[in-house]
Design a protein around this ligand. Structure first.
Ligand code: PMP
Length: 406
């Protein structure tokens, strides 16, 4: 049985009280974005009610209070991911921004004729910036293939590595399949060839305990909104020497040391990468989200979500004709599936009428769909505030949709 008091947790998420199409909302689109507890929502209101001021440059009390809260939040995020120093926590607008911040300066790591390795299960946001980099510097993009069961072909990966490999970028958990990738092995092998590594943590940051020092990636990227925080705030973590080597992505206020028309020198970390007024409310509220996740406990969250995954997988398999993509044990609570040759969009539309929110389509991972020769999937992704009863309602709704469409 779960260590969590799910009823009590659900009471913290106001949105779970609402109805959709006359039925209680069942929210199974957590891989797209998580819901927010009242503690996070209140923090945003509190900021604008009590502390709204620009940070880092005001001598007045409000500015100092806002700055303190923003920097405290950076400290909370540092501790949560076991990052050595607070200055290695760079605030961005989200995971996509974090990846682009690295890729756009990565010409210092990737030279003409070099190779960049991505995986076949990446989100478009961890493909396109690297393609743009390769075009810019004259490097080649190489792809780790995915096996029929949704796991990366690690034998092929080890064969792809060579002296030309300059950067390896892989997601920790695939948003399209939910499969957890062997990132530690991927990072260690890349380092054998002196290649840099970036791990896209969009789907892991809110669902498992992460120790970024132990993982040893050069860069790790996250979105606040996937871990109970607001949209418009994210994190870029980097090793200190990697962040020092990386040129800034944007120029402007806050990121400078000295500006003259002849030459500008940059501020130190983290400010070098934080040009302009940041999302102050978002940064502070992300600290509240981290407090909330700590209170529930990441190990409890991971264990309970795994229970939901196992139960959901069993139940979906009772639907005749159901095929699950990436049906392996080492995965997050994401189930990507189709039923016979029915179109995922048609099923998604009918279950929405029954109050159940699932995702349908290519999940910003078109190459994955092409690999499995499907137009898209239905994706049910669970969070720690979901229940087995909700899964039962979803399966009944799916069965009804299938009956209507067959
Ligand atoms: N990578 C993965 C694996 C994701 O799941 C997502 C979000 N769906 C992203 C990248 C992009 O994140 P964001 O849209 O928050 O920038």
């Amino acid at each position: 049985a779960s260590m969590l008091d799910i009823k009590k947790i659900r009471a913290d998420f106001p949105i779970l009280n609402r109805e959709v199409n006359g039925r209680p909302l069942i929210y199974f689109d957590n891989a797209a974005t998580s819901q927010k507890p009242i503690q996070v929502i209140d923090k945003i209101v509190e900021y604008y009610t009590m502390y709204n001021a620009n940070i880092h440059r005001g001598v007045h009390a409000l500015s100092q209070e806002a700055t303190d809260l923003f920097e405290q939040s950076r400290g909370k995020i540092r501790a949560f991911f076991n990052i050595p120093l607070a200055k290695q926590v760079i605030f961005t607008s989200g995971n996509t921004h974090s990846i682009n911040a690295v890729a756009s300066g990565a010409h210092v790591f990737v030279k003409k004729g070099d190779e960049v390795i991505v995986s076949a299960v990446e989100h478009h946001s961890n493909i396109v910036p690297w393609q743009m980099l390769c075009e810019r510097v004259g490097a080649t993009l190489k792809v780790i293939p995915v096996l029929d069961n949704g796991q990366l072909d690690m034998e092929a990966y080890h064969k792809l590595l060579n002296d030309k490999t300059a950067f390896v970028v892989v997601n920790h958990v695939s948003n399209a399949l939910g499969v957890t990738n062997p990132v530690k092995e991927i990072i260690d092998a890349a380092h054998e060839f002196d290649a840099m590594t970036l791990i896209d943590g969009a789907q892991s940051c809110g669902h498992m305990k992460l120790d970024l020092q132990a993982l040893n990636a050069d860069f790790y990227t996250m979105s606040g909104h996937k871990m109970c925080g607001p949209t418009g705030i994210g994190v870029l973590y980097g090793k200190e020497e990697a962040l020092n080597a990386l040129p800034p992505y944007q120029g402007g206020g806050e990121m400078i040391d000295q500006v003259t028309f002849e030459k500008t020198t940059y501020a130190g970390l983290p400010h070098k990468f934080e040009a302009g007024t940041p999302n102050i409310a978002g940064g502070i509220a992300l600290g509240a989200a981290v407090d909330y996740l700590n209170h529930v406990g990441m190990d409890n969250i991971a264990a309970y979500e795994h229970e939901l995954l196992v139960y959901g997988t069993e139940q979906i398999k009772t639907i005749p004709g159901a095929t699950i993509y990436g049906d392996v044990t080492d995965k997050a609570a994401v189930i990507s599936f189709n039923v016979a040759s029915l179109h995922p969009y048609d099923i998604g539309t009918i279950v929405d009428k029954l109050g159940v929110a699932v995702r349908t389509g290519h999940h910003c991972a078109q190459p994955v769909m092409e690999r499995f020769e499907i137009p898209g999937t239905i994706r049910a992704s669970f969070a720690f505030y979901n229940t087995k009863e909700e899964i039962d309602v979803m399966v009944q709704a799916l069965q009804r949709a299938v009956n209507m469409l067959s």
